[in-house]
Design a protein around this ligand. Structure first.
Ligand code: P6P
Length: 357
């Protein structure tokens, strides 16, 4: 095992970074890692066993649940229940938050928001899918934890991570001190440190968006797509369009290579499609920790005040320079006609300088 550092060893080693930590967060991350390995086992043999296809149920989003969605949800809730470090789970697959009903967990310190299996519509065609999770410290100090403990801003996250079940299975997470990636070694059943201190390139040439929704995009997004497609060698354009239809896979690729993922408002999703608590906040925390940027086109994702469990938001996330540039298009093309131009003021608020290049 010389030179190999497992997720468990890494978590314990980093535990010293947290004066308040007495091992609870370490054990919570361990519990998530265990459930991820169980889900991975089923994802990897999907097609060989009766785990593909629809579960015949729909979640609160009105989305048909896949058998693996339901299975993954059950595995994470079970692991978090037996682990005893989490008092509430908010999951995409349940209408309401799930209080963890066990004597040990009732007074547990942590809240977990999770999308157990994102991109699950891709499972039947063997495309990468993922798990996304976000961890908060409960705010209430006595009695049962409540919705108020769940509806916390992204800036209050203690940790966030994702698992990508792709050509290999990786767990990538942050506790606010950088981003580290672990690849599952099936021969020993351990996630092993493979991508220490991950940083997203400041700029990139990949844009990820479902252009099938073009006619319904805000004008700023339409103009940005046109900008991305113009021939200009000095700014390495035209960019490359890459869209998998699985947020974790698209963002993971952009984290490695540089790029921007955009899911703006559309006619079908006037508030955006992706969910703030268990998709956008965790991915935004990770990407910011890796040196990138994440907003709704105007406002930093992590500063959005949650009001509902399954609240949705538009998201522009990835390489800092690309996101800042896309925000410029949003500001420039969101001016109500005939009103004073607020672009400069907004650009300063966004921490963006200079005009559109
Ligand atoms: P569309 C998967 O359903 C998901 O939540 C993300 O993983 C993915 O990026 C997006 O929705 C795909 O949505 O509307 O382009 O099919």
């Amino acid at each position: 095992m010389a030179g190999i550092k497992t997720l468990g060893q890494f978590i314990i080693e980093k535990q010293a970074d947290f004066s308040y930590a007495k091992g609870e967060l370490s054990r919570l991350l361990r519990d998530i890692g265990i459930a991820s390995k169980i889900v991975n086992r089923e994802v990897n043999k999907a097609g060989l066993v009766d785990i593909l296809g629809d579960a015949g149920t729909t979640n609160i989003q009105g989305e048909g649940q896949k058998k693996l969605d339901v299975y993954a949800n059950e595995q994470f809730i079970s692991a978090l229940t037996s682990g005893g470090e989490c008092c509430i789970v908010a999951t995409e697959e349940e209408d309401e938050f799930v209080p963890i009903d066990s004597p040990v967990s009732k007074n547990a310190k942590y809240i977990v928001c999770i999308d157990p299996l994102d991109g699950s519509s891709n499972i039947d065609c063997n495309v990468a899918v993922g798990t996304i999770f976000s961890i908060y410290r409960r705010k209430s100090v006595e009695g049962d934890a409540t919705l108020a403990d769940v509806l916390q801003r992204g800036t209050d996250q203690v940790a966030a991570g994702y698992v990508i079940y792709g050509s290999s299975t990786m767990l990538v997470y942050t506790t606010g001190k950088g981003v580290n990636g672990f690849t599952l070694d099936p021969s020993i059943g351990e996630f092993c440190l493979s991508h220490p201190n991950m940083k997203i390139p400041e700029n990139g040439t990949i844009y990820s968006i479902n252009e099938g929704n073009y006619v319904h995009f805000p004008d700023g997004v339409k103009q940005y797509i046109k900008y991305a497609q113009v021939e200009d060698l000095a700014t390495s354009r035209p960019y490359t369009s890459r869209y998998i239809g699985s947020m974790v896979a698209d963002i993971h690729r952009n984290l490695i290579k540089g790029g921007i993922y955009i899911y703006p408002t559309t006619a079908a999703s006037p508030n955006g499609k992706l969910r703030l608590l268990y998709e956008c906040n965790p991915m935004a925390f990770i990407i910011e920790q890796a040196g990138g940027k994440a907003s709704d086109g105007f406002k930093r994702i992590l500063e959005i005040e949650p009001t509902e469990l399954h609240q949705r938001t538009a998201i522009f996330i990835g390489s800092a320079a690309m996101v800042a540039n896309a925000e410029r298009f949003m500001v420039e093309h969101s001016q109500p006609q005939g009103l004073p131009n607020i672009a400069e003021e907004k650009l300063e608020q966004l921490g963006v300088i200079g005009g559109i290049d």
